[in-house]
Every structure is written in structure tokens, then in C-alpha cells.
Design a binder for this molecule. Structure first.
Ligand code: BG6
Length: 493
């Protein structure tokens, strides 16, 4: 986050009554209000399809903030925040909505300048009509001034991503476009870079000579909530792996950039994506596996099967779990498998990067033959714990030479430090115009290229999908991806 002066702007939220706005955008913006980071005169325009007026909208915001913040809910902050809002009701394809929006933006306000942020928190299928209508109504003008924020998934495959990008570039310059992957806004993900590049202790180990394999997991106990409309067409590969998990992979695997600026960083990430060995169509089965949750129980509560969730098509073959294996063919990583997995309705909500090191080359300790020594792990936990953990062997106190594993565990947040939501960081960056944590199109494009063979192969095979019980760690058969018998999924810290 930069500390440059921030000019007030109009911040327009398309899809304001949707899931993302309610869960993330509105609470995060309110936290920025509380922290005094929103400039005076900044206004929000919420756009939704519900037949609401300003007062109903404000009541909705108050209720969701109260529920979100519970004991920390601050009435005065909330009132300051809701006072910034205007609600506009309309259909995204209807030009009348944009005329109304133009009139709202043009109203004179104290401290206003003409800068507008258009936040597209909408279904990918609606992007085109919003961008075209912004243009038709003159709201994208003057070119170069406003900012447009595009949520993931950016397209649904490489072709649609390219055409969405062309459409954006027809009306906006690259500096105006903010492609969000909210994982990059997480402190723990940014910490991955600091962990690697600010510690000489780590970097010498970070390569094929010392690392056996790397696992990247993003597991959620949550189901698809009320998002069937979007999710049933997307699936876990598009929803999580192509973007969040691929971004984690690039941050874990990239070379140190020459400087820490937006483009240098993104150049390094693209190099990683370009070095991922393409998966031939005939090998998709050996590299990727998908499954869907069946009914089960999570924390003692019974939950329905994916196919019984409201809005999901009968007989849907959409995956809610995916595991995949990739190789990065460069000097640093050649031969080291990267195993990625993500799923909904899993046993626990946990995101982490688990790095298993190679065993020592020589057996030195009597009674503890090297074969029995468990490998060293470095675990970088992204959520819910925010920690770094290293497992090392030590001698067991006593007369015999026996070893045991202890873990060096560092929780990287101090007790009085309040966790930030990724969206707080990213929303403030948008207002400041700082694009470091946003995605450049070539990253999106290469990430689609990596998953494209899997997408295509799965699209042509929609008759059957494996299931896993909700509340488990996904499909146990996913362990067939491992290259060696002693490799297994790491589920715990
Ligand atoms: C979103 C996905 O991008 O990320 C959701 O669309 C998912 O399906 C969410 O639940 C996970 O984010 P987080 O920050 O809770 O790990």
C-alpha cells in the first residue's frame, strides 16, 4: 500500500447485493472507514437488481456489518460509512441504468474530483454488457482517467479471457485495469515473498537439490452457498486452481525480481508460468483428478450433496475438488513435482504451502537408519493460522542416540496485531492506483494455457464424476498423482 495523497473518487459497485459484495467488499470498505483511510467526499454507488431505495440499502448494509463485526460493531463508524452510499436499481444490460449512474456521478459534491472506480463484482457473463454500456453512455471517458476492477475468473478459458481483454482494451488503457486475485492481497501470501527473499537462511535451500516436492492446498469446509448460478458453470479448476493456486505457485517458485515493482514482479511470475511443462491431452488423467462432494457431516452438522444444493443442475458433473500435478522445467525446479489441491466441503478450512525436503544423503545415526527418519518439512500456513513452521530432527535426551522431530513454529502476527482482510489491502490500492498486487494479462493468459488441456479433457467427459463425502479431505484416489510411494498429502500443520 502506498502512502500517496488519495483523491476522493466515486466508487461504483456493480453487483452490490451479491455474495462477494456482502461478504468482502462492504465489510472491508467499512474497515477502511474505521481506519480513517477513505478520503472525505468519497462516495459509493451501489448497483443491484433488487427493488430497493437508499434507505433499504442502508438498512441492508447496517445489518450485514452488525452480523459480520458482532461485538466490534461500531455504530458511529457504520453511520459515517452508510452516509456515503447511494443505491441505484437497474438491469446491467439496460442503458437507462448507466444514464442514471452518469447523472449520479456528475452531482457536485464537496471535495470531489472526476475520478471513478467501476468495480465489476458480477458474473463473467455480464462483463461484456457492462463494459459496452459504460462506453455507450460515455462513462468510460475521458480515456485514461477512471479505473475498472475485474474480479476473477477472468474469462472461462483462454479464448474467452483473450476476448474479454480485447474488449477492456477497446475502452480502457492497461493502467486503468485492475484484475483482482484476492489471494495476492493476503498478508500471508505477501509474507511468502519476504520469507524467501529477505532471509539468506532459506533461499539456498529453495531448489531441486534440497526440495523433494511442494504441496499447495486450499481447503474449505464451506459449500457453494448461494452461488450455484456461477459455480455450477465454473467448478473448482476455474474458481480456485487457475487463479489463486497458480498465483501461490508462482510466488513460491519465482526467481527474485531485480526490484520490487509491479512489472518486475509480474515478469518473474510469468516466467514461472511459461516454464510449467504443458500437459499432453493423453496425460491429463495422470496429472489431474476431480471429484464432487456427496452428502456428509462437517463439525457434527449434516450437509447435503453438491447435486442437492439449490440451483445446481440435476446430474451436474461440476467438480468441487481438484488435485493436479505440475512440473516447472527450469534450472531451479526441474524434476520437483508441485501438487496442488483445492476443494469445498472438506474436513477443515486450511490453506497452506507444504515443502518437503530431501532426506540427508548419508546414514549416520545408529538405531535411526536414514530410511526411518521422516523428512524435514517447511510449512507456510496462509489461513486460518498465519504461521511458518519448520520440522527438524533433534536428539532425544537420554543414553541412546535416537532422534525425534520437533517443530520450530513462528506465528508471524503478534498478539495485538489485528488481521487484515485481503480486500482491505486491495481496495485501498485501487483507490491509490497501485497495481503491484494486481494481475497482468499475460499472467492470466499463461495460467489458462497451463490448465487448458485439463479443462478441454474434462469438458469432453461429463458423464461421470467421482464423489467424496463432505467433511473428508477430498477424493482419496488423488494420491495416485504422487510420484513416489513415500509421498502423501499433508493435511495438518
Ligand atoms: C473465491 C472463490 O475467489 O475464493 C470462492 O470464488 C472461495 O469459491 C474463495 O470460497 C476463497 O477465498 P478465501 O480468502 O476464503 O480463501
Amino acid at each position: 500500500m502506498t502512502e500517496d495523497p488519495v483523491f476522493p473518487c466515486s466508487f461504483v459497485i456493480f453487483g452490490a447485493t451479491g455474495n462477494l459484495a456482502s461478504k468482502k467488499l462492504i465489510p472491508s470498505l467499512c474497515r477502511l472507514e474505521e481506519a480513517g483511510r477513505l478520503p472525505d467526499g468519497m462516495q459509493f454507488i451501489a448497483i443491484g437488481r433488487r427493488e430497493w431505495d437508499d434507505e433499504t440499502w442502508k438498512g441492508h448494509v447496517r445489518a450485514l456489518l452488525r452480523e459480520k463485526f458482532q461485538a466490534q460493531f461500531d455504530e458511529a463508524v457504520c453511520e459515517r460509512f452508510v452516509a456515503r452510499f447511494t443505491y441505484l436499481r437497474g438491469e446491467l444490460h439496460d442503458i437507462a441504468l448507466y444514464r442514471q449512474l452518469g447523472a449520479e456521478i456528475a452531482k457536485p459534491r464537496i471535495g470531489m474530483n472526476s475520478n471513478v472506480v467501476f468495480y465489476l463484482s458480477i458474473k463473467p457473463t455480464d462483463f461484456q454488457s457492462v463494459i459496452k454500456n459504460l462506453d455507450k453512455s460515455g462513462l468510460s471517458q475521458p480515456r485514461g482517467l477512471h479505473r475498472v476492477v475485474v474480479e476473477k475468473p477472468f474469462g472461462e478459458d483462454i479464448e474467452t479471457a483473450q476476448s474479454l481483454n480485447r474488449l477492456l482494451h477497446d475502452h480502457f488503457d492497461e493502467q486503468q485495469i485492475f484484475r483482482i486475485d484476492h489471494y495476492l492481497g493476503k498478508d500471508t501470501v505477501q509474507n511468502l515473498m519476504v520469507f524467501r527473499f529477505a532471509n539468506t537462511l532459506i533461499e539456498p535451500l529453495w531448489n531441486r537439490n534440497f526440495i523433494d516436492h511442494i504441496q499447495i492446498t486450499a481447503a474449505e469446509t464451506m459449500g457453494i452457498e448461494n452461488r450455484a448460478d456461477y459455480y455450477d458453470k465454473a467448478g473448482a479448476l476455474r474458481d480456485m486452481l487457475q487463479n489463486h493456486l497458480m498465483q501461490l505457485l508462482t510466488v513460491v517458485a519465482m526467481e527474485p525480481p531485480p526490484v520490487m515493482d509491479a512489472d518486475a514482479l509480474r515478469d518473474e511470475k510469468v516466467k514461472v508460468l511459461r516454464s510449467i511443462r504443458p500437459i499432453p491431452k493423453r496425460s491429463v488423467h495422470a496429472h489431474a483428478i476431480r471429484a464432487q462432494y456427496a452428502a456428509g457431516s462437517i463439525d457434527g452438522v449434516n450437509v447435503p450433496a453438491y447435486q442437492d444444493e439449490p440451483g445446481v443442475e440435476a446430474q451436474s458433473a461440476t467438480e468441487t475438488f481438484v488435485a493436479a500435478k505440475f512440473y516447472i522445467d527450469n534450472w531451479r525446479w526441474r524434476g520437483v513435482p508441485f501438487y496442488l489441491r483445492t476443494g469445498k466441503r472438506m474436513a477443515e478450512s486450511r490453506s497452506m504451502v507444504a515443502i518437503r525436503l530431501r532426506p540427508p544423503p548419508q546414514q549416520l545415526f545408529r538405531f535411526t537408519p536414514v530410511e526411518e527418519i521422516s523428512p524435514n518439512w517447511i510449512i507456510l500456513s496462509i489461513q486460518p493460522e498465519e504461521s511458518m513452521r519448520m520440522e527438524v530432527h533433534v536428539k532425544q535426551p537420554g543414553l541412546e542416540m535416537k532422534t525425534r522431530v520437533i517443530s520450530l513454529n513462528a506465528s508471524y502476527r503478534q498478539q495485538d496485531e489485528i488481521p487484515l482482510d485481503a480486500y482491505e489491502t486491495l481496495l485501498l490500492d485501487i483507490v491509490h492506483g497501485d497495481r503491484t498486487l494486481f494481475i497482468r494479462f499475460d499472467e492470466v493468459e499463461w495460467a489458462w494455457r497451463v490448465v487448458d488441456p485439463i479443462l478441454k479433457s474434462w469438458a469432453s467427459d461429463r458423464d461421470f464424476i467421482h464423489t467424496y463425502p463432505a467433511g473428508s479431505w477430498g477424493l482419496s484416489e488423488s494420491s495416485r498423482l504422487f510420484d513416489a510411494e513415500d509421498q502423501t498429502w499433508r493435511n495438518t500443520l
